[in-house]
Design a protein around this ligand. Structure first.
Ligand code: G
Ligand code: G
Ligand code: MN
Ligand code: NA
Length: 254
């Protein structure tokens, strides 16, 4: 309860922070964009990653105002990068099911883009298969509206959910992110390689860009590139960091 009350205050007390993790053209760049990852810098509870407070944020509904803040802040930072000359970057924001199901999402995204005078092509929305599948038809409707705005849709943690291929075909997704679980033990000739090959073939058939996340070793980097991943992300290529310590970037505070 106390944690929930503190989280409620976190937004206007400016305790929420976004870190950014680079997404690079395989095998080693240039950078195509960054994924925004939420942190809560709480004076009372310390430095918290989403696993510590997202479940609470979701069950309490606080994820809606928090998520709105994330969307707005990521757009603000992307605009600052744009003005610094990074005109081909995009920023990716993770969405929870509760946000996708909330009636205001499309308007929140539209308003954030307008307020920061940011073209929709600079915003990527990452949703997991399980998020989309919670109410598959309703999700499809909202995702189509978001896609019509011109933002990109990315399917996160792909391979861990239960979406049918028929559903996948109907999703207006531009990008597919292979779950880290398939990358961790990836080696030439093992099952993970075969699964990744199948995912890449599927994604490319559906016209999607393929991203591999959780790349930690040069061997994974080399093999994933050879298998046809377009974009790589992972500790090897860049850890999540505040905007002002990312190479080649500067934060611009509001
Ligand atoms: O950054 P980290 O590895 O701690 O992220 C853990 C999980 O939290 C990941 O599944 C990530 O997608 C999720 N996450 C990070 N930032 C956000 C956010 O702003 N909104 C939502 N809904 N999920 C986020
Ligand atoms: O579910 P999602 O893909 O949005 O989660 C992103 C999370 O993965 C973030 O919390 C981020 O810190 C973490 N992450 C990013 N790159 C790596 C990596 O190379 N290895 C591991 N173990 N985690 C990573
Ligand atoms: Mn993600
Ligand atoms: Na993921």
């Amino acid at each position: 309860m106390q944690l929930q009350q503190d989280l409620r205050q976190a937004i206007h007390r400016n305790e929420l922070v976004l870190h950014y993790q680079p997404k690079l053209v395989a095998p080693d760049g240039p950078m195509t964009g960054l994924e925004a990852l939420l942190r809560w810098q709480s004076p009372k509870h310390g430095w918290l990653t989403p696993d510590r407070f997202l479940p609470l944020a979701e069950s309490s509904g606080l994820i809606v105002p928090i998520g709105n803040w994330v969307i707005n802040e990521a757009c603000r930072q992307m605009k600052a990068w744009y003005q610094q000359g990074h005109c081909d970057w995009s920023v990716a924001v993770n969405l929870s099911a509760v946000q996708l199901e909330h009636a205001s999402l499309v308007e929140v995204v539209r308003t954030a883009l307008a307020q920061h005078e940011l073209a929709p092509s600079h915003l990527v929305l990452e949703i997991t298969e399980s998020t989309a599948m919670r109410d598959a038809e309703a999700s499809l409707k909202v995702l189509n509206q978001l896609s019509a705005l011109g933002v990109s849709i990315s399917i996160d943690d792909f391979g861990t959910g239960y979406s049918s291929l028929l559903y996948l075909k109907r999703l207006p997704a531009n990008e597919l992110k292979i779950d880290r679980g398939f990358i961790t033990e990836l080696a030439q000739g093992n099952d993970d390689e075969a699964i990744i090959q199948a995912i890449i073939a599927l994604g490319k058939t559906l016209g999607m860009k393929i991203v591999a996340e959780g790349v930690e070793t040069p061997e994974q980097q080399e093999l994933l590139t050879r298998l046809g991943c377009n974009t790589l992300q992972g500790y090897l290529l860049g850890k999540p960091a505040p905007a002002d310590v990312l190479p080649g970037t500067t934060a611009q505070s509001s």
